[in-house]
Design a protein around this ligand. Structure first.
Ligand SMILES: *[C@@H]1O[C@H](CO)[C@@H](O)[C@H](O)[C@H]1NC(C)=O
Ligand SMILES: *[C@@H]1O[C@H](CO)[C@@H](O)[C@H](O)[C@H]1NC(C)=O
Ligand SMILES: *[C@@H]1O[C@H](CO)[C@@H](O)[C@H](O)[C@H]1NC(C)=O
Ligand SMILES: *[C@@H]1O[C@H](CO)[C@@H](O)[C@H](O)[C@H]1NC(C)=O
Ligand SMILES: *[C@@H]1O[C@H](CO)[C@@H](O)[C@H](O)[C@H]1NC(C)=O
Ligand SMILES: CC(=O)N[C@H]1CO[C@H](CO)[C@@H](O)[C@@H]1O
Length: 471
């Protein structure tokens, strides 16, 4: 009996799609009443299309700041080529290879793609593609948006009016996305533009953290129109301009007229302040911060002259034009050159007096005061020369002890009477050798030239008397 050996060949065809098809494969042959198990075969499938996972989608980038499109690729066998594609806003497809400029990565060692310096045209739909022997795997689409704008720069006020020497704060606010990297100001004055930065002297602010410009001590040269600027990677934003006006400064002094003509006794109103005349000066009013005008209460010839109003503040000194004051009419100005004279008896002595008068003076006289009595001396009084219109000085041709006293020179015109200061005349006795034992005691007040004779034994208060020795 022969047994027929049938060799049956069975083929198992496996369509391999992934590594999941790997495993232990066993061939079974089934007869009527028997199943024959063949040897098992381990089938290991290595490799598949690369799979690419994206980490985040969509992605929002900031203008100018590098952005990376992260992907994880798993591929067996390993990926031998990677590229990216981008569909821009015009639906144009662009292929980004690892050699394209402006990008990093996107190659087999670093598949994630970095856009180094994003600009608005980098917006689009991106896809990563990776190829291995199984073919090309694709990532999902990543939507990239790029945001950003030039800084928005704004100011508080259109106009700043500040007093000289104050601190001014020109408030500036910057809103920037991306963040601003620079802040500065520009000052526009008389077609000259000056840039003010953080480093400029005399200011603070004007910096990234504090764009407000602070001028610590405002002077007139700070007047001008100012604009605040902020710069970021997108561009430069600027504020509108604001006008800075500095008020005050050196005093500006004006006077009403440059010529004043006054009549005696009339108050003189002018805007004058002299270096020497202050509010404390006697005979005047005004010359104060709130009332700079000078009023001379009673004008005399001596007030004639040039007047300049001077005002001083922290900036400096301001002066008015000079003003000439001429006095047309006033009481005579009577001047005594020396305040005291001493003379020896029987000599000639002159007490000097000058008169300056407009209109011409009509009278000149002297007043003598001695031990309580007052005497008037005029031209024609015996024993004196002068005290006249031409020669107001008084001369005692033969001065006597009784002429000692206090003298005042007077001059009168149609406006009034002027007087000199008081002049002291002391007449000393002419001492001669005494030949008699008699002592004549002459009182200090020998107005009538009478001489009293006293006995030496009389009790006399010598302190109030002069005594002389006579022959
Ligand atoms: C099946 O396995 C046995 C024992 O392991 C071996 O002797 C035989 O040759 C194998 N047959 C085939 C077709 O590989
Ligand atoms: C990518 O791979 C890294 C490290 O292997 C892992 O931490 C991350 O979660 C992965 N990301 C994705 C999206 O698979
Ligand atoms: C892949 O990209 C990275 C980052 O740009 C770079 O450092 C590296 O050299 C690149 N590798 C290749 C093989 O090009
Ligand atoms: C400027 O800002 C400061 C502080 O923020 C504020 O006190 C001041 O009033 C502002 N100046 C103006 C003119 O708004
Ligand atoms: C932008 O500035 C803010 C505040 O100064 C800071 O918190 C933030 O980190 C900055 N952003 C960048 C991208 O530098
Ligand atoms: C080899 C073997 O056992 N064959 C059997 C298959 O079944 C029939 C009937 O059931 C038997 O007669 C055979 O001997």
């Amino acid at each position: 009996m022969f047994r027929t050996l049938k060799v049956l060949l069975f083929f198992c065809t496996i369509s391999v799609t992934s590594t999941l098809d790997s495993g232990l494969y066993t061939c079974y042959i089934k007869t009527y009443n028997k199943t024959i198990q063949g040897n098992s075969t381990r089938l290991e499938i290595k490799g598949a299309l690369p799979t690419i996972n994206v980490e985040s989608n969509p992605l929002s980038g900031i203008y100018g700041i590098a952005i990376t499109l992260y992907v994880n690729i798993s591929a067996t066998p390993s990926v031998n080529h990677i590229y990216w594609t981008k569909v821009n806003e015009n639906s144009e497809m662009i292929t980004i290879s690892s050699r394209s400029t402006g990008y990093e990565g996107g190659n087999t060692s670093v598949p994630s793609l970095t856009i180094s310096n994003p600009v608005f045209t980098d917006k689009g739909l991106y896809k990563c593609h990776a190829r291995n022997p199984f073919g090309v795997g694709h990532s999902n689409t990543i939507y990239i948006d790029i945001k950003g704008d030039v800084p928005i720069v704004s100011l508080d006020a259109y106009e700043f009016k500040v007093p000289y020497g104050s601190l001014v704060s020109l408030n500036c606010t910057v809103t920037a996305f991306p963040n601003h990297t620079r802040v500065y100001w520009k000052k526009h004055k008389n077609d000259i533009i000056t840039t003010i930065t953080q480093e400029t002297e005399g200011i603070s602010g004007s910096s990234i953290d504090s764009p407000t410009l602070i001028i610590k001590f405002v002077t007139l040269t700070d007047t001008g129109s100012y604009m605040c600027f902020a710069e970021n990677s997108v561009g430069i934003g600027s504020s509108r301009s604001t006008l800075l006006t500095v008020t005050g400064g050196r005093p500006i002094v004006t006077i009403g007229r440059t010529m004043y003509s006054a009549v005696y006794g009339t108050p003189l109103l002018c805007i004058v302040k002299s270096l020497k005349i202050t509010s404390e000066t006697a005979g005047i009013r005004g010359v104060k911060e709130d009332d700079p005008s000078l009023t001379i209460n009673f004008v005399t010839i001596s007030d004639e002259g040039l007047y300049t109003c001077v005002a001083v503040n922290i900036v400096g000194t301001g002066k008015s034009q000079s003003l000439r004051l001429s006095v047309d009419a006033a009481a005579p100005l009577v001047t005594a050159m020396f305040p005291s004279y001493s003379a020896t008896e029987n000599s000639r002595v002159t007490l000097l007096c000058t008169v300056n008068s407009k209109p011409e003076h009509t009278h000149v006289y002297w007043q003598k005061e001695a031990v309580g009595s007052v005497t008037i001396l005029k031209k024609g009084t015996t024993g004196i020369v002068g005290s006249s219109l031409d020669n107001p000085s008084i001369t005692f041709t033969n001065v006597g002890r009784g002429d000692s006293g206090h003298y005042i020179c007077f001059a009168t015109n149609t406006i009034g009477t002027g007087s000199s200061r008081t002049i002291l005349l002391e007449v000393e006795a002419l001492i001669e050798s005494a030949t008699t034992a008699n002592i004549l005691i002459v009182t200090q007040k020998p107005v009538d030239n009478t001489v009293s004779e006293y006995d030496i034994t009389d009790s006399i208060d010598l302190k109030s008397h002069y005594y002389i020795f006579l022959n």
